[in-house]
Write a protein that binds this ligand. Structure first.
Ligand code: UT7
Length: 319
């Protein structure tokens, strides 16, 4: 029988420093009211001056490994999805490999902006199902507060820092039923982070693309899994803007109580948004064994991806 890949454990880590919208009122021409109503964001986390993407990744990784009842020695491969690596090389994944003592693991980073986590779990699924590797750590992590231009009010207020991680391995029941990935380089200029520079974005172009692609990608992944939108138990969307999330839910005819939202607390954490939301939803008992969970994201590239997961682990409430 073919091996089926699924999530064995999930974890996250957020930096301690909380920065609310009133901070931005003081340094630029904006308001808490504008930010809340146009984006849904109230506050975000920020790394301190000595904290790096690999530090956040390491803590999230250890939480996911613990949740999977494994040790770092059991990990065969580490994939870090990030747009804000500590360095061009060594990869953030190699730094994590050393930090956690995963001495048997290969390690590399992927660059897919906000869609990175879904690309990461798709890569992991292939390696597990071909039996090349048994346990794979997939991390989405960002220190985006280092990549924003504090003179640009249209982007500075949007982003936050954090990390989420999963361990992907063999499951007997459920698992990753489908993944769907896409890209369109024609949109390469609408959302960019040039090397050594800060994030530039044509907000309304990204907005229109996001509203269309979130619904389309979710439906495509559902179709690949032989499911329809009425069978979704929990939707974990990329957390960029509450209006994008609500419009996507509407296109899927899904009640918002089936959609996990935490961008009010964290802003847009790019590759970290989906795994952090997944971890929180699981720990709050919003995802239980047997549930159909849809992950969907979009980002720079342009890129997008969606995945349907039939949840394999017992509820994490009060864990
Ligand atoms: O992970 C993927 C990355 N990004 C996204 O998903 C972002 C997608 N886009 C968006 O979320 C929205 O387009 C934004 C939140 C970025 C902007 O919201 P919008 O409703 O599309 O506003 P807009 O860009 O059309 O701007 C409306 C007005 C403009 O003023 P004028 O030209 O009408 O006078 C902006 O200058 O709002 C102004 N504005 C602000 N005002 C107060 C832009 N940013 C701010 C701000 N505070 N922070």
């Amino acid at each position: 029988m073919n091996k089926k890949a699924g999530i064995l454990g999930v974890g996250s880590y957020l930096p301690n420093k909380i920065v609310d919208n009133f901070y931005f009122e003081k340094i630029m021409d904006t308001s808490d009211e504008w930010i809340k109503t146009r984006t849904g964001i109230s506050e975000r986390r920020m790394v301190d001056e000595n904290e790096t993407t690999s530090d956040l990744s390491t803590k999230a990784a250890l939480n996911a490994i613990k949740c999977a009842n494994l040790t770092p020695q059991d990990i065969d491969l580490i994939i870090v999805a990030t747009a804000t690596p500590d360095m061009a090389f060594p990869s953030t994944a190699c730094i994590v490999q050393e930090n956690i003592g995963a001495t048997h693991a290969a390690a590399f980073d992927i660059s897919v902006a906000c869609s990175g986590f879904i690309y990461g779990i798709t890569i992991a699924k292939q390696f597990v199902e071909t039996e090349m590797y048994k346990n794979i750590l997939v991390i989405g992590a960002e220190a985006l507060s280092r990549a924003v231009d504090y003179n640009d009010r249209s982007t500075a207020i949007l982003f936050g820092d954090g990390a989420g991680a999963v361990v992907i391995g063999n499951v007997d029941e459920g698992g990753i039923l489908s993944t769907y990935l896409g890209s369109d380089g024609k949109g390469k200029d609408v959302l960019t982070l040039p090397v050594g520079d800060s994030i530039k974005m044509s907000g309304s172009d990204v907005y229109k693309f996001a509203v269309r692609i979130m619904g389309e990608a979710s439906l495509k992944a559902l179709q690949m899994a032989n499911l329809d939108a009425t069978e979704i138990d929990c939707l974990i969307p990329h957390q960029a803007n509450i209006r994008i999330i609500e419009a996507s839910a509407k296109r899927l005819k899904l009640d918002m109580d089936k959609v996990y939202v935490n961008l009010n607390k964290y802003g847009n954490m790019s590759a970290a948004s989906i795994p952090v939301a997944l971890d929180e939803a699981y720990r709050q008992g919003k995802i239980n064994k047997g549930d159909n969970v849809v992950l969907v994201g979009f980002g720079g590239g342009l890129t997008w991806g969606a995945s349907v997961i039939n949840w394999s682990i017992q509820g994490g409430k009060n864990e």
